[in-house]
Design a binder for this molecule. Structure first.
Ligand code: GLA
Length: 406
């Protein structure tokens, strides 16, 4: 890392990464939209036609991704999660979408999405059934990989319900092999580490990275601050191992981003987005783009935060330390820059004062840094050897800076 002068923990951890799956995809964390957290397994199109899992929902979201500027800032994949399938395969063993909710078929739907200049994703499970109880890919992986390629699928989320934990490695590797064999470029999103880690089993992360473009490590996100901070803490506690395997082509996946839904305050939405950007997480929204608050939309389309997320080095942030309930995270960026996040976990209602030296942020004190507040990129400070960066951080809030060596 010639020319890079951050010292200490940040540098040591960020430089020990492992090489990976090389399908040429996901060179930066994938961005898009997915049905699950917001629309779940709502199959009741008679009572709730606007919100059920259907081709109408997918088309409406694809339309808005383009018309409301999401595509312009990088959101690309439109993905159906569980509950799109009919209850049986066809007579040739191929998957069939629910005929009432997807009357035009998946191939036509993928074409619609492609015509918008977007990419199309779908969900399956390597066990007997999907988590929602629909036909799984067990014994049908090659057929399903071919079906997805025929339909024009660009992204597969592959779940692990109704399967044996001992089969995970072989099962996920097999599907990866069959996807590659189709010759179609398909982002491969796996849940392999999650099921093993929560069952207390170890995970061969090098094998995961060699197989998948992204992989879930932890429980499903829910629409609440407790869920968001729990995921962030899990990432903080596992910084060292997770950071080692993240990088262009393969990413740890802390699950969807849920800005614009019911459960988070504005400050909490800032934390959620900023931290997903810091930990180089895929930015896959699950929300109702048809009914978005302006301020949530503005956050989701904040190009400054997106550029942290999409930084070409692809280095995932690590948690440096906690001071007074404020977590200090650093992420090495390209062009001799470092992103620093200060996250106030306290719920006491009062913004907290924090004063940190370059040393506290593991930055080398030999030369001054230009610090820029990262949401707006309008406020700058020069911090040299003896100086301190001072700030107030709202409860459940974050301050984010980019430090550039001068
Ligand atoms: C699991 C996954 C979720 C979602 C559901 C669908 O819980 O972790 O992300 O895909 O299954 O049933």
């Amino acid at each position: 890392m010639k020319g890079f002068s951050i010292t200490g923990l940040c540098l040591v951890l960020l430089n020990t990464r492992i090489s990976a799956l090389d399908n040429g995809l996901a060179l930066t964390p994938p961005m898009g939209w997915l049905t699950w957290e917001r629309f779940r397994c709502n199959t009741d199109c008679e009572r709730d036609p606007e919100n059920c899992i259907s081709e109408r929902l997918i088309k409406e979201m694809a339309d808005i991704m383009v018309s409301d500027g999401y595509k312009d800032v990088g959101y690309e994949y439109v993905i159906i999660d569980d509950c799109w399938l009919a209850s049986e395969r066809d007579q040739d063993g191929r998957l069939v979408p629910d005929p009432k909710r997807f009357p035009s078929g998946i191939k036509k739907l993928a074409e619609y999405v492609h015509k918008k200049g977007l990419k199309f994703g779908i969900y399956e499970d390597f066990g007997k059934k999907t988590c929602g109880g629909f036909p799984g890919s067990e014994f049908y992986m090659e057929t399903d990989a071919k079906t997805f390629a025929d339909w024009g699928v660009d992204y597969l989320k592959f779940d692990g319900c109704y399967s044996n934990l001992n089969d995970f490695q072989a099962g996920y590797e097999a599907m990866g092999f069959f996807l590659n064999k189709t010759g179609r470029k398909i982002v491969y999103s796996c849940e392999w580490p999650f099921y093993k880690l929560v069952s207390g089993l170890s995970v061969d992360f090098a094998a995961v990275r060699n197989t998948c473009n992204m992989w879930r490590n932890y429980f499903d996100i829910q629409d609440s601050w407790s869920s968001v901070i729990d995921i962030i803490n899990f990432w903080g506690n596992n910084s060292k191992i997770f950071t080692k395997y993240a990088g262009p082509g393969g990413w740890n996946d802390p699950d969807m981003i849920i800005l614009g839904n019911f459960g988070l305050s504005y400050d909490e939405e800032r934390v959620h987005l900023a931290m997903w950007a810091m930990i180089a997480a895929p930015l896959i929204m699950s929300n109702d783009l048809r009914h978005m608050r302006n301020r949530s939309k503005a956050l989701l389309q904040n190009r400054n935060i997106i550029s942290v997320s999409q930084d070409k080095l692809g280095m995932q942030a690590i948690l440096l330390q906690k001071v007074n309930g404020i977590q200090i995270w650093c992420r090495k960026l390209s062009d001799n820059r470092t992103a620093l996040a200060f996250l106030n976990e306290n719920s006491d209602g009062m913004p907290r004062y924090l004063k940190v030296s370059l040393e506290d942020m593991k930055l080398s004190p030999t030369r001054p840094y230009n610090f820029t507040e990262a949401f707006e990129m309008k406020i700058h400070f020069i911090i040299a050897k003896e100086d301190h960066l001072e700030m107030y951080v709202n409860p459940h809030g974050v301050q984010l800076f980019i430090a550039k060596l001068m």
